[in-house]
Design a protein. Structure first.
Length: 276
């Protein structure tokens, strides 16, 4: 079994990954470095990977989760980025942390994903999975989008807005938070619905139950008028007419060597931790 190191494209981070791989070999731990230009196929067969180590910021973490297709392989992240909310492990020796993760001496936490189904105007169905969020947004024209959305068959609202964020609890500290959504404990299994800049005064974010089904109907879909983003990456869809989202069938396993969630919330969003 091997450790897969997944550095960002930063040359210094790539070099750090190579140095860490050499140190792991000295410690008797087999590892491989994933080339940053290859973000689709692991250099090691998934069945041979015992641990994935993203080295970068939150974007690198999301890329690493996609790389292993959201398989239940622990991800132990090291912060080489800027915001790095997902990569908030403490400043401990990296080899020591990897060894602890391999021996089970860290906290393991399963995080929910989101599965989204998009139906295009011609009836084509496309499916996506995300760890953070799926975002329906205005396109290149800059025009606001018009849509209605509901939960479990009950219509909630019809809006003109810049978009709609469908987020997991893990994604609640990302785009959903910037759009006015709440910070939700990552162990929560439901989803969060957040309209983006709606042309209305009485809209609110909604936190759904784990079994809820979120449905959005798009009004007057047109080419190049809207966009869909999955964990920050543009997804290819043509004239979407509906989006259905549910709690994902897969869970991502975080290996946490420290950096407790609310400590990270204080550090990143409130300038903490607050001294007693």
């Amino acid at each position: 079994m091997k450790v897969l190191l997944v550095p960002s494209g930063n040359p210094q981070t790539v070099q750090s990954a190579k140095l860490l791989a050499a140190r792991l070999v000295i410690a008797g731990i087999d590892s491989e470095v994933q080339p940053p230009q290859n973000t689709t196929v692991p250099v090691v067969d998934k069945h041979e990977i015992a641990l994935v180590v993203p080295m970068g910021g939150d974007g690198t973490f999301l890329s690493a989760a996609r790389l292993i297709d959201f398989a239940p392989i622990p991800l132990l992240a090291f912060n080489y980025g800027t915001l790095a909310f997902l990569s908030g492990n403490p400043e401990r020796d990296e080899v020591e942390l990897v060894a602890d993760a391999l021996s089970g001496d860290v906290l393991f936490q399963r995080r929910s994903t989101i599965d989204a189904e998009v139906v295009e105007l011609d009836g084509t169905v496309k499916r996506f999975t995300a760890l953070n969020e799926v975002v329906y947004a205005r396109g290149a024209s800059g025009r606001v989008v018009e849509f209605s959305y509901g939960i479990n068959g009950t219509k909630i609202a019809h809006l003109k807005a810049d978009g709609l964020v469908l987020s997991t609890a893990t994604g609640s500290t990302g785009y959903a938070l910037s759009a006015g959504g709440p910070i939700v404990s990552p162990e929560y299994k439901g989803l969060i619905v957040v309209p983006v800049a709606p042309h209305a005064l009485n809209t609110r974010a909604i936190v759904t139950a784990p079994s809820d089904v979120i449905e959005a109907q798009i009004s007057d879909p047109g080419p190049n008028e809207t966009s869909l983003f999955v964990d920050g990456l543009s997804a290819t869809v043509v004239e979407p007419v509906s989006i259905t989202a549910v709690r994902g069938s897969r869970e991502v396993q975080f290996a946490l060597g420290g950096g407790e969630f609310y400590t990270n919330v204080s550090r990143v969003f409130f300038g903490g931790p607050v001294k007693e």
